[in-house]
Design a protein around this ligand. Structure first.
Ligand code: AKG
Ligand code: FE2
Length: 188
């Protein structure tokens, strides 16, 4: 479910700047095919409490506590999606060169079957591509712009992957917040 311009333009620009300044962004090393490489974007992770850590690509992130702009965005995204969220992964794509490869957010800590992950985007627009697992030619692209919300529901993570590919012509930065609900904290 693609919901463009949920946050008004001026508020979205203000949110972009306040997120850029108030979030403790990290440059992280991850393991990709046995090699340690820098992730091609900055990240941060926030959650309700310290027990909800996040592990991916061979390393674990302790959660930061929620800050004001993120909480404000979370409330609006919860209202729109009808879901509640106890954690959020934040990505800062510094330019069109920063990107995110195809993956699905199907870790078992979110439950099995049906669950909701919702994102909000600020800053420069970037294409968000959904690709069907059994037919890679079946793709859907959303040009996620400043103030847009995207809600991924149901069993989408089991059947589709998503990515934010490199875009040479984009010079500005983009910040996305992906909200999730961890239902099995014992798996963290
Ligand atoms: O930046 C985006 O819109 C996507 C982020 C994402 O897929 C993730 O954090 O898992
Ligand atoms: Fe994702």
């Amino acid at each position: 479910m693609y919901l463009p311009a949920i946050f008004p333009a001026r508020q979205s620009v203000a949110l972009y700047h306040s997120l850029q300044e108030t979030v403790e962004w990290q440059a992280r090393e991850v393991t990709v095919m046995g090699r340690r490489v820098m992730q091609p974007r900055l990240v941060a992770y926030m959650a309700d409490h310290a027990g909800l850590s996040y592990t991916y690509s061979g390393s674990s992130m302790a959660p930061l506590s929620w800050n004001e702009p993120v909480l404000k965005i979370k409330e609006r995204v919860e209202e729109l999606s009808g879901a509640t969220f106890n954690s959020c992964l934040l990505n800062f794509y510094r330019s069109g060169n920063d990107h995110l490869s195809f993956h699905s957010d199907n870790e078992s800590l979110y439950g099995s079957g049906s669950y909701t992950i919702a994102s909000a985007s600020f800053g420069s627009a970037r294409d968000f591509i959904l690709r069907c697992n059994i037919d890679h030619s079946n793709k859907v692209s959303y040009p996620l712009g400043c103030g847009d919300v995207l809600v991924m529901k149901g069993t989408l993570q089991q059947h589709w992957m998503h990515a934010v590919p490199r875009r040479k012509r984009v010079s500005g930065g983009r910040i996305s917040l992906t909200f999730r609900q961890i239902v099995h904290p014992e798996l963290c």
